[in-house]
Design a protein around this ligand. Structure first.
Ligand code: NAP
Ligand code: MG
Length: 496
């Protein structure tokens, strides 16, 4: 078997044919306006494709065909076993095209090829499989009622679901929306981020090949506009969003201004990672703390961006942490040996560097702090660690880059107070050998996911994922996600 080296992937990239058109009603189409935007690779700053810049006409078109498909019951009317079979076929095709989709993802978003081939694309295929397998096993209820009644409670698809998703895990975050939405029988209009549209565009053709009927799965790339137009559209029944808290707030308003569509939000985070003096394994905790913020260039909604360390172990722990951080060396993400790739684009690069500048003024720089490999034309930042006060700007705002804020605390109560003192509540972690402390602290942490003696574990689809507070509402993953894409119906039949 051919070794998949940097030059292997560069060769593949050179011969790759990239589709940049929207996918509407079972076919690739240019934007009605004919407009395109440049898709720029953060690896070297070069334009790799022209992508359809969809506008109002395209949004109306996609929503109309999604509605038509739903009304005709072309998908929702199928026996769930049939839907399952088609979705499973799609997952097989996703795996068959794994290298190609992973390469698109790496070129488009700068993510290491070693991750896109093992996490992003297989993770999306797994998500499709998981919801496909669930859908013919989840039924309704026959509920206690007056003797003269038969009472049924059923779940019905909600109709047209729009999914607006971010660029940090483009295909994976999209799958967390479209897999449960399609499994439940809805039509979907997927709006990928302008920064990373290529994988979503590619998999639409595979959905069609697998047998998903025309109009049921549509992909609308575009620069910001289609997301807003979908959120304002009166024929969209549900808008599932992953992205920033600021845009999430706007989307709720758009729903209020239009048809009160159901809005589900997975938003930002500033997750605390608490290390107590009785941490069972400081080496493992240091590696996990580094991975929590430097994996995927820190472009993680669950990033452990606030490291809370007890004063007694601070010096020993920070030494281990900076050692672990040094093993993340940014480089060409097409190189399978590279664990840290490029920041997604110039806008995000400048944003992160701006926070680093702010950090230099208000905190103590312990490691990193610079842009690297500028001559490549790409966007690379080295792992960066600050020791900072709890109320510094870099310790409060989501940076979404490889920048860690270390905060020292003196007691458990203090740690919990700092951890919860945030507008966010997506994830949190605590390291301790004491079973009672572990459970008590977990209960007190206001976050949708709590890790004990680990960070970022839980690839299984069985765990609901989402945030408390301004990290969002609703949950992706698990059977609970199906609730977002269904309406509950009570049917009462009078017998006599
Ligand atoms: P973003 O700027 O909010 O964009 C997210 C999506 O919304 C993109 O597709 C974007 O399209 C679209 N959009 C932008 N403005 C819009 C508007 N006014 N109305 C409707 N849609 C609009 O977020 P991002 O920079 O892509 O992603 C980073 C954020 O996502 C971070 O805050 C991160 O924490 C969060 N995130 C959360 C989770 C989670 O599960 N909780 C997971 C991953 C990321 P354009 O790209 O075309 O502008
Ligand atoms: Mg891109």
């Amino acid at each position: 078997m051919e070794q998949k080296t940097l030059s292997y992937w560069q060769g593949k990239a050179a011969s790759l044919v990239i589709e940049g058109r929207a996918f509407i009603d079972g076919a690739y189409r240019d934007a009605h306006s004919g407009r395109t935007f440049d898709c720029v690779s953060p690896i070297d700053g070069r334009t790799i494709a022209k992508v359809a810049d969809c506008g109002a006409e395209d949004v109306d078109h996609a929503v109309a065909v999604a509605r038509r498909a739903f009304d005709e019951q072309a998908w929702a009317g199928l026996n769930p076993r049939k839907r399952k079979a088609i979705l499973l076929r799609w997952a097989v095709l996703l795996r068959a095209h794994l290298d190609e989709i992973a390469l698109l993802e790496t070129l488009d978003a700068g993510k290491p090829i070693g991750d896109t081939t093992t996490v992003d694309v297989p993770g999306a295929a797994y998500c499709v499989e998981w919801f496909a397998e669930a859908i013919d096993k989840v039924g309704g209820e026959v509920v206690p009622a007056d003797h003269h009644l038969v009472g049924l409670v059923t779940r019905e698809p909600i109709g047209v679901v729009a999914a607006v998703v971010p660029w940090n895990f483009p295909i994976l975050m999209a799958s967390w929306k479209f897999a449960p939405a399609l499994a439940a029988g809805n039509s979907v209009v997927l709006k990928p981020s302008e920064k990373s549209p290529l994988s979503a565009i590619r998999i639409a053709q595979l959905a069609h090949e697998a047998g998903i009927p025309s109009g049921v799965f549509n992909v609308l790339p575009g620069g910001g506009e289609p997301g807003k137009l979908l959120a304002l559209h009166s024929d969209v029944d549900c808008l599932a969003f992953t992205g920033s808290t600021a845009v999430g707030k706007q989307i709720m308003q758009y729903a209020g201004q239009s048809n009160l569509k159901r809005v589900w939000l997975e938003l930002g985070g500033k997750s605390p990672n608490i290390v107590l003096p009785d941490c069972p394994d400081l080496d493992r905790a240091a590696k996990a703390a580094a991975s929590a913020i430097f994996y995927n260039m820190g472009e993680m909604c669950t990033a452990g961006s606030r490291l809370l360390v007890h004063r007694d172990i601070k010096d020993a722990f920070l030494e281990k942490l900076t050692d672990a951080a040094r093993s993340y060396k940014p480089g060409n993400p097409l190189d399978p040996d590279v664990s840290m790739g490029a920041i997604v684009d110039k806008v995000q690069l400048d944003r992160v560097l701006g926070y680093i500048d702010a950090g230099r003024k208000e905190a103590k720089l312990l490691l990193g702090g610079s842009r690297l490999n500028e001559a490549s034309g790409g966007y690379y930042i080295e792992p960066t660690v600050f020791e900072t006060a709890r109320d510094a700007r870099i310790a409060r705002e989501e940076i979404f880059g490889p920048v860690l804020s270390v905060i020292v605390f003196d007691s458990v109560d203090d740690a919990v107070r700092i951890a919860n003192d945030s507008e966010y509540g997506l994830a949190a972690a605590v390291w301790t050998s004491n079973l009672t402390s572990a459970h008590e602290i977990s209960r007190r942490l206001r976050a949708g996911t709590v890790w004990v003696n680990c960070y970022d574990e839980g690839g299984d689809m069985n765990f609901p994922f989402g945030g408390y507070k301004q990290s969002g509402n609703g949950r992706d993953k698990s059977l609970h996600a199906l609730e977002k894409y269904t309406e509950l119906k009570s049917t009462l039949v009078r017998l006599r």
